[in-house]
Design a protein around this ligand. Structure first.
Ligand code: ADP
Length: 659
């Protein structure tokens, strides 16, 4: 039992202690600005008496997390349970640290689970009351819901990040300048592509920085004077569409300039390409229309070109029936043959053109004796000119001077074809004066030329005449025949031979067509063809089968073979031909047409070769393309003859296999 004095002393001591803690509390509360206003400010309050392990959460504290006053217990476990698992460790660590050194304010943010399951960001501030030994015996503080603030900060951070990414990734340059023209900001992928880093600009005046191009300086000066400027500038070969926008304050003074430059180099390139493509398309359209027009003209022309000789052929064939006069017959036959040649030339022209355009015209170079070729042409045209009624026209040949021999490596047939076409034209378009055909050595080329004193060609038509079906007609309409294909074929052929066909001409004075071919290395001559003599004697025990469905063609071959001492049989389709070969072991050679009824010549050849591979099969075809020839060889044909079949080639082919 304490005495009264002792009791009084104890009361005094306790009172002093209470006073101490009260003053301590007030001190802390005042120092940290905590007042009852906290409650009014919607902040939750917590108070943790550490020595008694008593914890108090204000109603507001609980309400922040969606709970009523009695829905959660006033204990540390409540706090622990509601704390976000990720924040748990950090909060504990920092709390422990504070309790070890309870100086100043304990401040930390963390997430707590709301009753609705979402997490809220809470900012916690606390202070401690210490005993005389400095140990915290009570902490109390506030909880502020800062979820919205955190979200706003996060959103701001995100949008800043996005903006930064956009600026640095977009093919633009963004920049701002202050009122003195000093860069305050510069960024953008295009800046990097110019090899300039933002640091090289920011802080520098546009008038002295790397971007001091006269164009930029001028535009910035205008913008600083309040003008909006848009312009395209070129820096290091790149083009930028740039805007300079003056930013004014409320007094209307320019405070800064914002600039945006977009790299439009690719765009400009594309635009240029589109323009070129459009131009090409327009040209192609004109060309297509022109080609269409030329084709229609060609068809009309062709119809005329075919009808004229056909008319003669049919007319004179008819007359032949009714005349017994040998002289007349000979004349008619001559006319028919001549017109047949005209038709054949026309056909060959069309075939050549289609082969050239399909890149199917093979060039077969051999060593060509130019003197021999020229003398052949001289003979041909001297004879031809005698037949023409052009008394005032002379044909001359000019030989390469100073040399006796000239060999070039080229395709003789094609060279011959070009020269014939050019000389034919020269004679056709010249009534009096001369036509000169010549060759001269120019450096390492042989230059062939054909000069005439004919009607000449207008300058504006000089390129047109080389186009397909391109013909200059006018006052002479109808006077000159021709398909308009010769020059375009000749030009392409000369190109295939390695030259270039050109023309110089003056209207009413004449023209000169010329081209040069390289004098290439000599190549071996082809073996000399066997001379066919006395074939007939060697064929007396041989049998030839003609397979041909067109009577006139069959009769022609029969007539050609008639002088030979050979047994001839015939079939009009592939099936019959095969049957004859099965029955008749004496057949040595078959002249096989390829386009046949019932069974094609290709199929019949395959079957005949299966039956007896010793029977020679020679294809005779009007299919003049190389792939038809190749196909016939693939089917087993030993050789082929192109229709119309010439006496000489028929004889040499037969002798090659049967003699
Ligand atoms: P074609 O002679 O069949 O009409 P070409 O292609 O050989 O066709 O010639 C085309 C056109 O070029 C001729 O129609 C003619 O207008 C002109 N031409 C060609 N050669 C001569 C020439 N020597 N003199 C005048 N005009 C020519």
């Amino acid at each position: 039992m304490l005495s009264k004095t002792e009791l009084m002393k104890k009361v005094e001591q306790l009172t002093a202690e209470v006073d101490y803690y009260r003053s301590e509390f007030n001190k802390v509360a005042d120092e940290n600005g905590y007042t009852l206003a906290l409650t009014a400010a919607q902040e939750g309050i917590w108070d943790w008496k550490l020595d008694q392990d008593e914890l108090f959460y204000s109603d507001q504290w609980k309400a922040q997390l969606g709970y009523g006053p009695d829905q959660i217990k006033n204990e540390f476990l409540t706090f622990q349970n509601l704390l976000h698992p990720t924040d748990y460790g950090r909060v504990h660590r920092e709390l422990k640290q504070y309790l070890n050194y309870p100086e100043g304010q304990f401040q930390i943010s963390f997430r707590m689970r709301h009753k609705d399951g979402t997490y809220r960001w809470i900012q916690n501030r606390g202070v401690s009351i210490k005993n005389k030994k400095g140990k915290a015996i009570r902490i109390f503080g506030t909880h502020t819901d800062i979820t919205e603030q955190v979200r706003a900060e996060q959103a701001l951070q995100d949008s800043n990040q996005k903006l930064k990414t956009v600026i640095s990734e977009a093919h633009v340059i963004l920049f701002s300048l202050d009122k003195n023209g000093v860069f305050t900001f510069a960024d953008g992928k295009s800046l990097i592509s110019l090899g300039i880093s933002p640091d090289e600009l920011v802080g520098y005046s546009v008038f002295e920085s790397k971007m001091n191009h006269p164009h930029i300086v001028e535009s910035v000066s205008k913008a600083l004077n309040g003008e909006f400027v848009r312009t395209v500038i070129e820096i290091n070969g790149l083009f930028f569409d740039t805007t300079y926008s003056p930013m004014k304050n409320s007094a209307g003074e320019v405070e800064s300039v914002i600039g945006v430059s977009s790299n439009i180099t690719d765009h400009l390139k594309l635009e240029k390409k589109i323009k070129t493509t459009n131009l090409e398309l327009a040209k192609a359209k004109v060309k297509a229309e022109e080609s269409d027009r030329l084709k229609s003209a060609f068809l009309a022309n062709m119809s005329h070109e075919i009808r004229t000789p056909m008319n003669s052929i049919l007319g004179f064939s008819d007359l032949l029936r009714y005349t017994d006069n040998p002289a007349e017959r000979d004349e008619y036959i001559d006319i028919i043959a001549r017109n047949g040649e005209v038709l054949l030339t026309l056909l060959n022209d069309i075939l050549d053109l289609s082969k050239i355009e399909g890149s199917q015209l093979p060039i077969k170079p051999t060593t060509v004796d130019v003197f021999e070729l020229m003398s052949e042409l001289e003979q041909v045209y001297s004879a031809k000119l005698k037949k023409l009624v052009k008394p005032g026209l002379e044909f001359k040949v000019e030989w390469p001077s100073g040399i006796k021999k000239l060999h070039i490596t080229t395709d003789r047939t094609r060279l011959f074809q070009v020269l014939v076409n050019l000389i034919d034209n020269a004679i056709k378009f010249t009534d009096k004066g001369f036509v000169v055909f010549g060759c001269e050595i120019l450096e390492s080329t042989a230059r062939f030329y054909i000069k005439d004193t004919g009607i000449g060609i207008k300058k504006s038509d000089l390129s047109f005449i080389f186009e397909r079906f391109g013909q200059v007609r006018g006052p002479f309409d109808g006077k000159y025949s021709g398909s308009g294909l010769g020059l375009s074929i000749s030009k392409k052929l000369v190109e295939l031979l390695g030259g270039n066909l050109t023309v110089e001409s003056k209207i009413d004075h004449g023209s000169e067509f010329s081209f040069s071919l390289p004098l290439m290395a000599k190549i071996m001559r082809k073996p000399y063809n066997r001379i066919i003599t006395g074939i007939s004697n060697k064929l007396n025990d041989k049998t030839i089968l003609i397979v041909e469905d067109v009577d006139s063609s069959r009769i022609l071959i029969e007539r050609l073979l008639a002088p030979l001492n050979v047994h001839v049989i015939s079939a009009s389709n592939g099936e019959d031909a095969l049957k004859l070969c099965q029955k008749n072991n004496d057949i040595n050679l078959v002249l096989m047409d390829l386009k046949l009824p019932k069974m094609s010549g290709f199929e019949a050849t395959t079957q005949i070769k299966k039956l007896n591979k010793n029977i020679y099969v020679i294809a005779q075809t009007a299919l003049a393309f190389d792939y038809d020839k190749q196909k016939s060889i693939d089917c087993g044909c030993d050789d082929y003859l192109t229709k119309p079949i010439k006496h000489k080639s028929l004889m040499s082919t037969i002798s090659k296999y049967l003699c």
